[in-house]
Design a protein around this ligand. Structure first.
Ligand SMILES: [Zn+2]
Length: 438
């Protein structure tokens, strides 16, 4: 079994904190074998981490890899116009080649900025292409093909029958759930209440319960969307999702910006995770989620950059910084510390995805690790403060997932980044030419 000794770094390591401790870390196969003062084994590869922070890789609980090529193509629009006028037509124009190019570019941006695990929502076709790109990249992921069997302004290419949508997800789950020793897993992805029939949501809830599969959806993102769901269902959005039995500790709901007190109680009681996407919420003018209130109510909160079409960057450290800053607009200067936001970005995200052995530097845990060159961070402060407020992603030097080094000295090991960029540019032009946007 291959072993790697990460020697002499400052480890952000304890199960319940993000304090820095000097030490070494031995990886054996896909797992962390030992943490502390560790001797190299005869055949260990040694990585010198002196002057570096060694931390669990970032877990992003809400991204859309298929939207990476749509960056800049839907600027300055509120959510529903953004979807109907630009994003859905562009998703409808995707072919297999453009989906692959989009996913590859997104994965490149994620890995090189220290994200080691994502929960991805695709579009309503091309799920196998996304899965193959996830498999090839080496990242850890939970993913699902978006389900859309209703909705105003949904292009014909994206609209499915309820049966076809369920069958497509069942097939993808069968082919990909558990791939790579559990590195990939499936997550049903009913897009949001306005693009899904009640029948579809109830079926997904039953399947999730039966099989233990995750459910990934959007809700309470903008005031308009909230009002439309209330008008259509007679319920607050979270109450409606609860009524169709979709909420549980297996559910991840992206956004949660516009929530009332009763909805927050439902999220807490059901064990549902909210994926907080601060860049996306700010850029689409949706609002600011009250993360301190959610956390005080014991709702698990993870972080996500959402798609590049609404946040323009897939940088998990940037989301952590924004989350820590925006929490203070609701809860003051003590609302969310740098150490706590790093836990949200790692341990709490892994918990949301039901992955109990990711998100901490602990013996027995999966070796999903980011090594940051401290010299590239703004100086001053404890490690968590420097990482969150001092420019975390620009310091990322090495990235390991499942014990394999995927980024070494800032260079990807599994692919040629130049090729990824060329392919993305070609595919972006072709995609834009094919799409009918207004
Ligand atoms: Zn989203």
């Amino acid at each position: 079994m291959a072993s790697v000794l990460i020697r002499g770094g400052t480890l952000l390591t304890t199960p319940d904190g993000m304090r820095g401790v000097r030490g070494d870390l031995l990886v054996l196969g896909s797992r962390i074998e030992e943490v502390g003062r560790v001797e190299a084994r005869g055949d260990s590869e040694v990585i010198d981490a002196s002057g570096c922070y060694v931390m669990p890789g970032i877990v992003q609980t809400h991204v859309h890899l298929v939207q990476t090529l749509m960056r800049g193509a839907a600027e300055d629009l509120p959510l529903l116009d953004w979807l109907r006028r630009r994003i859905w037509p562009l998703e409808a124009a995707h072919d297999e080649a453009s989906i692959r190019a989009s996913a590859r570019l997104g994965l490149h941006e994620l890995l090189t900025t220290g994200t080691t695990c994502v929960l991805d929502m695709g579009t309503s076709h091309g799920g196998d292409a996304v899965a193959e790109e996830l498999a090839t990249s080496g990242i850890r992921a939970r993913f699902g093909q978006a389900m859309m069997d209703a909705g105003e302004g949904v292009p014909a290419r994206l609209l499915e029958t309820t049966r076809a949508s369920l069958d497509a997800s069942a097939g993808l789950r069968k082919r990909w759930d558990g791939y790579g020793g559990g590195r990939l897993g499936y997550a049903y992805a009913p897009r949001f209440a306005l693009s899904c029939t009640r029948e579809l949501l109830e079926e997904v809830a039953a399947l999730s319960r039966m099989t233990g599969t995750l459910v990934h959806t959007h809700s309470n993102e903008s005031a308009d969307e909230r009002a439309l769901i209330e008008g259509a269902t007679g319920r607050a959005p979270v109450a409606y999702l609860d009524e169709v039995s979709l909420l549980s500790e297996r559910a991840v709901v992206a956004h949660g910006v516009h929530l009332d007190g009763a909805e927050i109680r439902i999220l807490a009681d059901t064990g549902t995770t909210v994926a907080h996407c601060p860049s996306s919420n700010l850029k689409l003018g949706s609002g600011i989620a009250d993360v301190p209130r959610l956390r005080a109510a014991r709702v698990n909160v993870g972080l996500g950059a959402d798609g590049a079409a609404c946040s323009n960057r897939l940088d998990g450290f940037e989301e952590a910084r924004l989350a820590a800053l925006l929490a203070r607009s609701h809860g003051g200067a003590t609302a969310l510390s740098a150490a706590d936001v790093l836990l949200m970005a790692t341990r709490d995200g892994a918990r949301a995805l039901g992955i109990g052995d990711v998100g901490a530097l602990q013996a027995g845990f999966r070796a999903d690790i980011a090594i940051l060159d401290a010299e590239r961070l703004a100086p001053g402060g404890d490690p968590a403060t420097r990482i969150v407020f001092g420019g975390g992603s620009r310091a990322v030097r090495d990235v390991m997932v499942n014990g394999e080094i995927l980024i070494r000295n800032r260079r990807p090991t599994r692919y040629d980044p130049g090729e990824v960029l060329v392919l993305a540019n070609e595919a972006r032009s072709a995609l834009t030419a094919r799409a009918t946007v207004s």
